[in-house]
Design a protein around this ligand. Structure first.
Ligand code: ZN
Length: 157
């Protein structure tokens, strides 16, 4: 269903090799389950592959065995992260045609968002790998109009 290849905007990426219907669990975000304290330590050491599992645990997906680590961030993503008990699933947000690059919003918060600039090709890129809910709380990107003029969510469907 997927393959790794050169991304349209950021190093390596994941691509659909066949049509993926909306709602499909494409693949899990696999990795070591770590405590929040360990998570903070690893993030401070530059590990950018850590995602929140729940209130107590995070997943460190930096292992090369985690194919989902190749998924790039986009401000207008075609996948979303969905947590089912102990697993973070990447789920198709809409039907994805063969050849399209898969992406999701990494959903980082405001704590150190400036460390993660975004160069995605989305029509509405906020400039950072920031969760949508925080977009109105950062300085507006150059030449993109105002946040209030941006729609809520994608209109690519
Ligand atoms: Zn972007």
């Amino acid at each position: 269903m997927i393959r790794v290849g050169p991304s349209g905007w950021a190093g390596q990426g994941l691509f659909a090799t066949e049509t993926i219907p909306a709602g499909t669990r494409v693949l899990p975000y696999q990795g070591e389950r770590i405590s929040k304290a360990e998570s903070q330590r690893r993030k401070a050491n530059g590990n950018n592959y850590i995602f929140r599992l729940n209130y107590a645990w995070d997943i460190d997906g930096s292992s090369l065995e985690n194919t989902a680590r190749y998924l790039n961030h986009s401000c207008e993503p075609n996948c979303r992260a969905e947590i089912d008990r102990e697993t973070i699933w990447l789920v198709a947000e809409r039907t994805i045609p063969p050849g399209e690059e898969l992406c999701f919003n990494y959903g980082f918060d405001l704590s150190d968002y400036e460390r993660f600039p975004c160069r995605c090709k989305a029509r509405v890129c906020c400039g950072y790998m920031l969760a949508r809910e925080f977009w109105g709380q950062i300085p507006q990107p150059r030449g993109e109009g105002t946040f209030s003029a941006w729609g809520e969510g994608s209109d690519r469907e």
